[in-house]
Design a protein around this ligand. Structure first.
Ligand code: CDT
Length: 288
């Protein structure tokens, strides 16, 4: 039996400083319509999709109302990355998964924040994520929920730099994730997405903000990857673009019941350093 979910990566071209969030949201609604025309049941948008990377403003709920309305009209779910300000004034780099009825089914707050907290005069390009955001406090959650025509899909999220950390993938894998959504703004590669999907027997959809934004080059190449780590679809532009793949989620079972049958083969007793230690230590010197 197959369980097909038609997934679209909705890549965004650059969003310039002067562009209002209403312009970004209108572009996203248009992408959702294009995705729907390609059969999409779930549309995945990038990290911090409403603003430039880096954000100068934070999300207010009513500005995304047209996206929620489009999702309802087109009967598609969506994933959205945005800069969250909580009612208490805390800031997170956040992603939500929304069903076609407009219900938020899952929220994730970015855990691995790259860069630095203070202005660094030696750097040509500042990367101040640690200044703007707190470390996410929701762990790496996975939810099983209806999506498309399927009764239950195991869905999880990570955000950009998280994808470089195998620990993040494994925490999702240990919750039997079948589809990982990764929004990103990055200058470089996604071998880590292919490796993470393969080693955890999951589909992954990694979605870029692409092109030149605020004078900085952002890598496009949004991809949809299968549990063998193979790329099913890849964006070719530096602009707004949709790519689509029919993901048969039952394919996840192959890896999960053979080479990556975690219950049979993992050896957590040998992995203590992963959680006991943060930085690397030097090995003992050979005394021969
Ligand atoms: N958005 C994000 O996390 N980007 C980082 C850029 C690192 S370069 C300082 C990344 O790891 O892709």
């Amino acid at each position: 039996m197959s369980r097909i979910l038609t997934v679209v990566a909705a890549q965004l071209g650059p969003i310039q400083k002067a562009e209002g969030r209403d312009v970004a949201v209108a572009r996203m609604v248009r992408l959702m319509e294009r995705a729907h025309a390609r059969g999409a049941q779930l549309v995945v948008f990038p990290e911090l999709a409403l603003t430039t990377f880096f954000p100068r403003h934070f999300h207010e709920a009513n500005e995304t109302a047209p996206l929620f309305a489009a999702a309802k009209r087109l009967n598609v779910g969506f994933h959205l990355g945005y800069a969250e300000r909580t009612p208490e004034g805390r800031h997170f780099n956040t992603a939500i998964l929304v069903n076609p009825a407009g219900q938020i089914m899952l929220k994730y707050r970015k855990i691995h924040l790259p860069g630095h907290a203070e202005f660094d005069p030696k750097r040509a390009v500042q990367h101040l994520e640690k200044r703007y955001f707190e470390v996410g406090d929701l762990g790496f959650p996975v939810i099983r929920a209806p999506m498309g025509g399927l009764d239950g899909v195991n869905m999880g999220m990570m955000i950009c730099n998280d994808r470089r950390w195998p620990e993040a993938w494994r925490v999702l894998g240990l919750q039997s994730v079948e589809l990982v959504m990764v929004g990103y703004n990055t200058p470089s590669l996604h071998l880590s997405v292919q490796a993470g999907a393969y080693q955890n027997a999951t589909f992954a959809v990694a979605v870029a903000k692409a092109g030149t934004e605020d004078g900085n080059e952002l890598f496009g190449h949004s991809i949809i990857v299968n549990p063998q780590g193979e790329i099913l679809a890849q964006a070719t532009s530096w602009d707004d673009e949709v790519i689509v793949a029919d993901c048969d989620l039952d394919v996840c079972r192959l890896g999960r019941t053979t080479i990556f049958a975690f219950d049979k083969h993992r050896r957590p007793e040998a992995y203590a350093r992963i959680t006991d230690q943060i930085g690397a230590v030097e090995p003992p010197e050979w005394q021969g």
